[in-house]
Design a protein around this ligand. Structure first.
Ligand SMILES: [Zn+2]
Length: 248
């Protein structure tokens, strides 16, 4: 049985609620069973002490990453009490590019296996900085098995932000909640944070939230091949219509 070479960065990405945290915790569990020691990281955990939590009830304590946290120093400190074999990062889209580089350094210099899980794009359909850096440098990149479907049945790819029942493509990537704490993108029916809905590209672009709704931003063209790659000219989906800050 061939051993997986040590020291790599793997990035698993997908829309919200696609099972990323569950997979993160499964990998952690598998590593623990093999007697390996790891560090769990997450960002913008909203429920007291930081944890990686999955929708199906799994949960494990984790270290909350802040913008100025030096992950090299974190791993130095962890290594002082024993070898660190792996790092599992949930919500990796919120890492700074520098922190992603610090994880790559750990993979290269310490032969640490890095498993990063995150959302690729924000509600504007633009890459999160952490995800962009992971796409640039990860050894392996894999979509998480998508179990989230748009209402039309197509695979859900984009996290649409809803304000007043309509899709918005403007505003900060991170919303500051009433408590003053930053809130990660995600459904938050209790707080002041916006709601999110996973949509396919076609309906994200159209701003259409269900079969009863007319397209908000383009004529109804339900032809089966209307969403083929690069077949929609700029006449039907001009970049300015979304106000998405193209080129920004
Ligand atoms: Zn759809």
């Amino acid at each position: 049985m061939r051993r997986i070479p040590s020291g790599s960065v793997r990035f698993f990405y997908g829309p919200m609620d696609c099972g990323k945290s569950t997979l993160a915790l499964q990998i952690h569990d598998n590593q623990v069973r093999q007697g390996r020691r790891g560090v769990l990281l997450t960002r913008f955990d909203r429920s007291g002490p930081a944890r990686i939590s999955s929708r199906i009830g799994l949960s494990s304590p984790a270290l909350e990453v802040t913008d100025d946290l030096d992950l090299t120093a974190v791993l130095d400190a962890a290594a002082a009490t024993g070898a660190v074999d792996y790092v599992v990062v949930d919500e990796a889209q919120f890492l700074t590019p520098a922190q992603v580089d610090q994880l790559a350094l750990a993979a290269d210099e310490r032969e640490i296996e890095v498993f990063a899980f995150g959302i690729a794009t924000d509600f504007r359909s633009r890459l999160f900085p952490g995800s962009a850096r992971l796409f640039e440098i990860a050894d392996r990149i894999a979509p998480v098995q998508v179990e989230v479907l748009c209402w039309c049945g197509r695979p859900g790819r984009f996290n649409a932000r809803l304000l007043g029942g309509r899709i918005t493509r403007e505003g900060p990537t991170i919303v500051i909640a009433d408590t003053g704490d930053p809130v990660a993108p995600g459904p938050d029916p209790d707080g002041g944070a916006p709601a999110y809905r996973v949509l396919c590209r076609r309906h994200y672009r159209a701003g259409r939230l269900g079969p009863q709704e007319p397209d908000a931003q383009e004529p109804d063209t339900d032809g089966p091949d209307a969403d083929g790659p690069d077949t929609n000219g700029p006449d039907t989906d001009g970049p300015d219509r979304a106000g998405a800050g193209h080129g920004g």
